[in-house]
Design a protein around this ligand. Sequence first.
Ligand SMILES: [Zn+2]
Ligand SMILES: [Zn+2]
Length: 116
Amino acid sequence: MAYYSSRLDFFCHLCGTTLIVPSSEYAQCPLCKTLRDIQDIRDKEISYTITAEEIRRELGMEIIEEQKVQLSKVNKKCEKCGHDEANFYTRQMRSADEGQTTFYTCTRCGHQSQEN
Ligand SMILES: [Zn+2]
Ligand SMILES: [Zn+2]
């Protein structure tokens, strides 16, 4: 939403023409020669950029979390559809003496099972 409002600021308020940026200080309407303070526009652009960065960072963190989990294929017969290939990953339980739990996901039907 911030994206759209910042885009709109690149149009002349008087005639709606796309503004050109002849210097780093102001933007100008090529048709009616109205000047706009570039600082006005840039502030909004920057706030949009930060928002996008934050989203990307959040997404990036999620992806990193996924990568920590080892995901690989194993021959395991699915108890639901009989398919013999599953993705599996292991996850360490909270306390060490509980050991690891292995999770299997059938590559065909997505059926999940787990083993301690
Ligand atoms: Zn104009
Ligand atoms: Zn299956």
